[in-house]
Design a protein around this ligand. Sequence first.
Ligand SMILES: [Zn+2]
Length: 314
Amino acid sequence: MKTQTELHRHLDISIRNSTLLELAQAKGFESQSTSAEAFRNKTFIREPMTDLDTVLARFEIFPKVLDRPEILERVAFETVEDCHREGTAQVELRFSPAFVTSHSKLSWETVLDAFERGIQRATRQYPDIKAGMLCIASRDFGVDEAARTVEFLIHHRSRFLGMDLAGNEVNYPCRLFEEALRPLKVLNIPVTIHAGEAVGPENIWEAIELLGARRIGHGISAIQDPQLMRHLRDKKICLEMCPTSNWLTRSVPSLEEHPLPQILRAGIPVCINTDDPGVFEVTLPSEMDLCWKRMGMSLAELERCNQHAADSAF
Ligand SMILES: [Zn+2]
């Protein structure tokens, strides 16, 4: 029986590596002679990142290949199929319309229609998985683009589960987006915010108090602030943690030092997620396995994380 829930997985960075190679070759970004193994070595990040440019270069290929509706539909279908194969019963997939269309002339509507078709086709074929979408505003595209993304989400309200704010939190703290995200508060649309991944707990406070976050993406730095820890516990604000991603982006020094077990044991709802399988080479079961083998968590604790994910789903 499939019982897992996953809340934090980027649809636009979840392309199967074999599909990514096929698309890159068809578009001439990659030589026909590139082997699957060589391409995996080139696309996956396997060691903690040293410089941002190298990492950003790994992400660049995704919007470049996502340039036709039928490709978007296929990618969405395959992502849900992959989640189903991983044993997932419920998944929230998120994408940034500004990022997806950053290398194409596709309209945001076309992107939404195509992703939705792919998801619907997959859930018809695999009826024991439920899948929905979150709309991401990317901080790096600026406040006006975030406001436009909020407008887009509101216009298509019934097709999204909620909103996310992602991207560079060092240069773009949450407070910059308070005005842009205000309509979501007014309309009571659920919001999750990437926060406390690269900076301290103050950005998690701002995500909750200024942006009305009901969940936090990552939230690693919450461990530094006992008052915040109590607040997260009392308000049942779920931290969507992504162990491999957090290690590879250097949010934690090692998997063994990841604060997830400690945060869970403090009574805070926390769940386990893959984040970006297309660059981090992970699955939900492989992340669970790491939590068990490298982070000292018991099977009962893994089950608790899964229950938190189910309880905190939008
Ligand atoms: Zn993320």
